[in-house]
Design a protein around this ligand. Structure first.
Ligand SMILES: NC(=O)c1ccc[n+]([C@@H]2O[C@H](COP(=O)([O-])OP(=O)(O)OC[C@H]3O[C@@H](n4cnc5c(N)ncnc54)[C@H](OP(=O)(O)O)[C@@H]3O)[C@@H](O)[C@H]2O)c1
Length: 316
């Protein structure tokens, strides 16, 4: 990957052509980067199926999108709570029943900085459950449809992948010992992107070339992320930071996932995000990723552990 690819400004949505006849399934569109990504895809003529946990917010999002883009946009929503495996299975089944083609599944939704160890109904630590297991189960269930559509899987990670323990805590996946909001968030985002690179390996070994998998991140973007699940103190600090020049708009934060979902011939080995200071803002393109995110032995084990957790084997 050339460092100056996409010019001085990096990748921008100007590069997206007409998306009529393309279908995008995206998680978490009620705010932040997911909302902005959905808006841009719809503005380019795509069909967008949104997966959200809150039906009221989802309905309001559709109203807002129609107010901004007109009533002709092809947008719909399906209820899905990533924290509940049964809910993910129901939503995925509904998609398989009603959405004949998936050009890209964008796994955007997440929670962050949950102050105390919390368990989901399935007994998993909440950040790993929502961010990794939930999105991983959704991918596994939709994979056959994505393969039949020559589609893509796009996973929205975080530079947090490099801020925690830099490996997977296999002997304590629920963080019963030494729970820390940031370490566990980082772990969940590392797990998400490790599985992208492991999926690429699996596709390669199976001789499958028509499916692509990408990992990206939004840098530091002005969204509701910390407000939704962080502690009072984290919310306060983030609120102050949000309006500093080190943090960009949610719209710009959506560019990496849009790039990975639409740009033709994009190198899958890249990690896509802003390339300015600390990778928080700046031109979007591929940038350096630390080797621990591509540790083959850890990734292979994580894949097995994750399949056991979701009770499903991928058909790749
Ligand atoms: N903002 C940043 O600076 C930053 C930095 C690094 C990485 N990221 C990543 O960027 C992605 C988007 O986050 P954002 O910053 O745009 O945050 P956001 O504004 O809080 O949006 C998160 C979305 O995920 C949804 N969501 C949360 N829990 C869910 C669940 N259990 N089931 C289904 N949907 C759920 C939220 O729905 P509700 O409205 O119902 O809460 C919301 O639509 C995340 O993957 C995050 O890790 C963000």
């Amino acid at each position: 990957m050339k460092t100056n690819e996409f010019g001085k400004k990096g990748w921008t949505p100007d590069r997206i052509g007409n998306l009529k006849s393309k279908t995008f399934v995206i998680t978490g569109t009620t705010s932040g980067t997911g909302f902005e990504a959905a808006k841009i895809l719809l503005a380019k003529g795509a069909k967008v199926v949104m997966l959200n946990r809150n039906t009221q917010k989802s309905a309001e999002t559709i109203v807002t999108l129609k107010q901004e883009l007109g009533n002709a946009i092809d947008v719909s929503s399906i209820e899905m709570d990533l924290a509940v495996q049964a809910s993910v299975k129901n939503a995925a089944q509904e998609i398989l029943n009603t959405v004949p083609q998936i050009d890209a599944l964008i796994c955007n939704a997440a929670i962050a900085q949950v102050p105390k160890q919390t368990h989901t109904v399935d007994g998993f630590e909440s950040q790993l459950s929502v961010n990794h297991y939930g999105n991983f189960l959704l991918q596994a269930m939709l994979y056959p449809r994505i393969e039949a559509s020559d589609g893509r899987i796009v996973v929205v990670g975080s530079m947090g992948y490099n801020m925690g323990i830099k490996t997977i805590k296999f002997d304590d996946m629920n963080w019963d010992k030494n729970y820390s909001p940031n370490d566990v968030y980082s772990q969940s985002k590392l797990a998400q992107i490790m599985c992208v690179y492991e999926l690429q390996e699996k596709l390669k070994n199976s001789g499958i070339t028509n499916v692509k998998a990408y990992a990206c991140h939004p840098g530091a973007s002005r969204t509701s992320l910390i407000k939704t699940s962080g502690s009072l103190m984290t919310r306060f600090v983030w609120q102050l930071m949000k309006w500093s020049p080190f943090v960009q708009s949610a719209e710009k934060g959506a560019y990496p996932q849009l790039m990975c979902a639409t740009e033709p011939n994009l190198d899958q080995s890249g990690f896509y995000g802003p390339t300015g200071r600390n990778n928080w803002t700046g031109p979007v393109r591929a940038h350096h990723i630390e080797p621990h995110a591509k540790d083959k032995a850890v990734a292979t084990k994580l894949w097995t552990v994750s399949e056991e957790a979701i009770g499903l084997k991928w058909s790749v």
